[in-house]
Design a protein around this ligand. Structure first.
Ligand code: HEC
Length: 226
């Protein structure tokens, strides 16, 4: 009988301890987070971290479409000098200062209803997509027909986020622009739905490499830019 008791206790510890350390404690830590003020002298910035909220309405579309099955929003810390995870995932894109993105911190997800860390890295990490995003038109094109942007893309086409209809009168201004090879039949156009609009605003609001207060101005850009 004692063996059985030890077995049950061992089982409880084997599941209970990881649950406590990996779920309960981080959740409690997250609940206690509040926006942190930047220190003008040390950080050289004013206001609060994180400076800009993400688009909550669009986040719901992102969740319901399952985008986080393929896209992460979490940049791993650099360990043992091994990097490679984060180059090209942040502000180090064309037209941005050549500063590498930093690893994600808990407060990056502050104010978000869900922290969408993601499940698999099938597509690029989107934690900082807002910095490298193309024009809104190009984003609609990508969502409507990923293959028309990259012919090797394995991303599904989210055509159901658009209204495909016969052109009545003058063509809509926000109709998706497609290259000839992918064009809709003559006389038809695709316009983004409210969901697609919210989703694009959400993608543009993803800029999770703002400088962390107290870590110096390691990341060059100021949140006021762009
Ligand atoms: C089956 C996996 C898969 C799913 C689901 C998926 N994507 Fe992708 N996504 C990819 C792949 C692969 C790429 C890279 C190829 C490309 O650019 O099309 C990509 C690229 C992207 C890019 C460009 C990223 C960059 O750094 O340039 C964006 C933005 C994007 N996806 C948004 C979304 C959104 C929003 C959804 C949900 C509506 C979604 N993806 C669902 C696989 C996926």
């Amino acid at each position: 009988m004692t063996n059985f008791r030890t077995f049950i206790l061992g089982l409880a510890a084997a599941f209970g301890l990881p649950w406590l350390c990996l779920i309960v404690l981080p959740a409690m830590q997250y609940e206690q987070l509040t926006p942190v003020a930047y220190d003008k002298d040390k950080d050289g910035l004013e206001g609060y971290f994180p400076p800009a909220p993400i688009n909550g309405q669009g986040q719901l579309v992102y969740i319901s479409e399952g985008c986080n099955q393929c896209h992460t929003q979490m940049i791993r810390p650099v360990q043992l000098g091994l990097d490679g995870w984060y180059k090209g995932w942040g502000q180090d894109q064309e037209a941005r200062p050549a500063a590498p993105a930093r690893a994600s911190v808990l407060a990056d997800y502050l104010g978000e209803k869900y922290a969408l860390l993601g499940i698999q890295r099938i597509g690029p990490d989107l934690a900082n997509f807002g910095w490298r995003a193309p024009k809104v038109d190009a984003l609609y094109q990508h969502l409507f027909s990923p293959r028309s942007v990259h012919d090797w893309s394995t991303m599904p086409a989210y055509t159901h986020l658009f209204n495909v209809k016969k052109i009545q009168g003058p063509p809509s201004e926000n109709a998706v622009k497609l290259p000839k090879k992918f064009a809709l039949p003559e006389g038809y156009e695709a316009t983004p739905t409210k969901e697609a609009e919210a989703l694009v605003q959400y993608l543009l609001s993803l800029k999770k490499d703002y400088p962390v207060p107290g870590q110096g101005a390691a990341v060059a850009a100021s949140p006021a830019k762009k």
